[in-house]
Design a binder for this molecule. Sequence first.
Ligand code: KG4
Ligand code: ZN
Length: 334
Amino acid sequence: MKDTYILGIESSCDETSVSIVKNGTEEIATVISSQIDIHKDYGGVVPEIASRQHVKNVTMVLEECMSKANMKIEDVDAIAITYGPGLIGSLLIGLETAKTLAFVYNKPLIPVHHIAGHIYANSLVKEMQFPLLAVVVSGGHTELIEMPKHYQFDKLGGTLDDAIGECYDKVARVIGLEYPGGPKIDKLAKQGKPTYQLPVPLKDDSYNFSFSGLKSAVINLAHNEEQRGNKIREADLATSFQTVAVEAIVSKVRKAIINKNIKYVILAGGVAANQGLREAMTNLANELKVELTIPPMKYCTDNATMIAAAGYYAYLDGRRADLTLNSKSQDELK
Ligand code: KG4
Ligand code: ZN
């Protein structure tokens, strides 16, 4: 069979990335330009600055990717683009780039939901087997999704308020760590003991999550200690928080695996980089004898390789967009 090359573009937040993936499973080339150093001075991503940076970066990133791959745009079979969800100004820069390429080179345009991208980061690791359970944990999403086959997403549950990554970043801010705080909490959590009492969120029978209560508990605890003139034991707070946050996710995953008789689980999204979660998921998979795939660190946070991989399966599924495609800051995965 003829090989299929998908060019992927991702610009939903603060990474400008272009990649080429062969047959949905093999990365040919990728370039990621991160804006973290610019946004960390503000304690988080500033949307206006992010979109202006994408404008500056996108042509260079595209040219560098093509030269790394030693390919021309004419050689690719389709252009896959993250149309949403994300920061609207950021999304638009990638989208207009993709539309221009699709128009000028007469290539199919494949719309990719950002979370489908995170899920398909796993197809770079191993061929996906179905039915599977996708555990999506990112800065904007916390969801359990059952997939009976390629490119079919049945949501079992999700967060009722904050996403797990958002909660990590907020807690990090309270402790005084720089943006993005998630990885820094993860590192600190290895050094402490879970000595602070924090509430375990949403212990119910649903597949939903809730992290705002946990977030508020950490903020209140920090303020109370400050008012009493006590210094927070940062590592202990990081460990206490991570223990509870990871347990909140793993307990719902356990329930889904047992109730739905799942045999194959994948972890997806930026928080899949979390060592505590990776370990807890690995232990759970061993205990319940299910197969688990976790993307390598480079495919956990935002990148265009995962968009090109998802784009390949969306392409096989017959999904196409025309030049009226618009960005969406919010959209359900379907
Ligand atoms: O998937 P992603 O790159 O962007 C979204 O689609 O939202 O995820 C970014 C999120 C941020 O909240 C970041 O703090 C978190 O993932 N993150 C982590 C770790 N690495 C990234 N959270 C906890 N532990 C980590 N090691
Ligand atoms: Zn993401």
